[in-house]
Write a protein of this length. Structure first.
Length: 465
């Protein structure tokens, strides 16, 4: 999910989707896509597949063992020594991995067959005898993740003397629905520090990094106080940068420039490429500390995104089917008004001035006709013309429940909503009324805005505030 500075009711148009990378954020759990589809399954015939596959599996096992033991020479054993750029990259990746505490860190050959090769990242052209393999790096950060997620790559090999393989190029596979790509550890040298239950990493662009580590630890404590004894990760992983290019690229999120933070929910992935059960493996948080955004409080941004991250322990996995011919998305997902609204609610519990700003945004939006006597559906939640209003409207639901029934009831409402998925075509209030009835705040199981006592009382409270 995304957090940003107090947005005006009307926002200028942007050339990127405000949602996070769909394969990570709204496509998880949907039909498995065949990975490696960008490369054709017809390799050169100088070595047979039965000869090559065992060599690649041995290389993967060797590299996995090297990561565990800290043996950089073993990690580089199969790399082309004449390719200085690739060697430098692989040394950087190795050093980055050694800075994190991974419960699982395992490289595996994926697909069981060689592929035609093409230049990826560190070669402009290839020798005549080359072949590619799809590889998966299975990762599980200790305390942060409940299961493994996968990064997927193409490894390009030169066939040497028709009997061995030399790694000459590496690049990301961006096609799989259950994989992560453009992870920061693959892109830039990282500085990593852990304090308490937060792990922070930066690309070196963040000055006074230690102070942000303390801020993140404070934000985590604040979120956990609200969350209570509900299931939660033991720790959170945050990646900080002031570089807009890094912010947009990391974890394949394609994050919009207007935002200050994003949480990426990781799909669970198995060695075989089969998606795991209906739960997220974990999450990653990216925070944009660029001063160009106008000074959002990092503490509040971190609280917002940590609220999203802690929610992955209980919420269902979104499934999304792309609309045909550019039509609207279909599928099922947690309502965005609820996920963003509750994160905003937690974010502003200690920020009365910001709460007053959000109240004003809701009232102004209603006067301008942005309120359609319903809550926004997922397809239109992040629309430029109403995004700020939609964030504030979702926040106002949980704030009203907090003021009327208490903080525990606001949390109960949220948990009831996010443990289910709402069909994308349903109106935004359907999930609200279903949850309200379940927790005893609505008499009717299938209420409508015009017949709901809760709805009318909430509207009156907003207008009178």
């Amino acid at each position: 999910m995304i957090s940003g500075p107090n947005p005006p009711v009307t926002m200028e148009s942007h050339d990127v989707s405000p949602t996070r990378r769909e394969a990570l954020l709204t496509l998880t759990g949907s039909a498995l896509l065949l990975s490696g589809c960008g490369l054709i399954d017809r390799p050169p015939k100088t070595m047979s597949a039965t000869e090559m596959v065992p060599l690649v599996k041995q290389m993967a096992a060797r590299r996995t063992a090297a990561l565990k033991s800290g043996d950089v020479a073993a990690w580089l054993k199969d790399v082309d020594t004449a390719n200085a750029a690739l060697l430098k990259h692989e040394r950087m990746v190795f050093a980055n991995f050694r800075k994190f505490d991974f419960e699982t860190l395992k490289l595996v050959e994926y697909g069981g067959a060689p592929l035609y090769a093409k230049p990826m990242t560190f070669r402009k052209d290839l020798p005549q005898k080359t072949v590619a393999f799809a590889m998966r790096l299975m990762t599980r950060l200790r305390g942060v993740d409940r299961a493994t997620s996968a990064g997927q790559y193409f490894y390009v090999f030169e066939i040497v003397d028709d009997k061995s393989l030399r790694l000459i190029d590496v690049g990301p596979d961006k096609e799989g629905s259950d994989v992560v790509y453009d992870c920061p550890w693959d892109l830039t040298p990282l500085r990593v520090q852990r304090t308490g239950d937060v792990i922070l990493a930066t690309d070196g662009s963040v000055h006074d990094f230690e102070s942000y580590v303390r801020v993140a630890a404070k934000a985590s404590r604040a979120v956990r106080r609200v969350w209570g004894s509900n299931p939660a990760p033991d720790a959170f992983a945050l990646f900080l940068t002031t570089r807009s290019s890094s912010y947009r690229r990391w974890f394949g999120a394609g994050t919009p420039s207007w935002s200050e933070g994003v949480e990426i929910s990781l799909p669970e992935s198995l060695d075989s490429g089969v998606s795991g059960p209906a739960g997220y493996a974990g999450s990653r948080i990216v925070v944009n500390l660029s001063s160009k955004l106008g000074g959002g409080d990092p503490y509040e941004v971190m609280k917002h995104e940590i609220t999203h991250a802690i929610s992955t322990a209980v919420q269902t996995v979104d499934t999304l089917l792309k609309g045909l011919n550019g039509g609207e998305d279909d599928g099922a997902a947690v309502p965005r008004w609820a996920s963003e609204g509750f994160a905003g609610y937690v974010e502003t519990l200690e920020a009365p001035a910001k709460r007053q700003t959000l109240i004003q945004i809701v009232k102004d939006g209603m006067r301008r006709g942005l309120f359609r006597d319903d809550l926004p559906d997922n397809n239109h939640f992040y629309d430029d013309t109403s995004r700020g209003f939609n964030y504030a409207l979702g926040w106002s639901i949980f704030r009203y429940v907090h003021l009327t029934y208490g903080q525990a009831k606001a949390l109960e409402l949220y948990l009831t909503i996010v443990k289910k998925r709402t069909l994308m075509g349903f109106t935004g209030s359907d999930s609200l009324f279903d949850a309200l009835h379940e927790i005893g705040l609505e008499d009717q199981p299938f209420a409508l805005p015009k017949t709901s006592r809760f709805w009318q009382a909430w509207l009156a409270a907003v207008r009178d505030s």
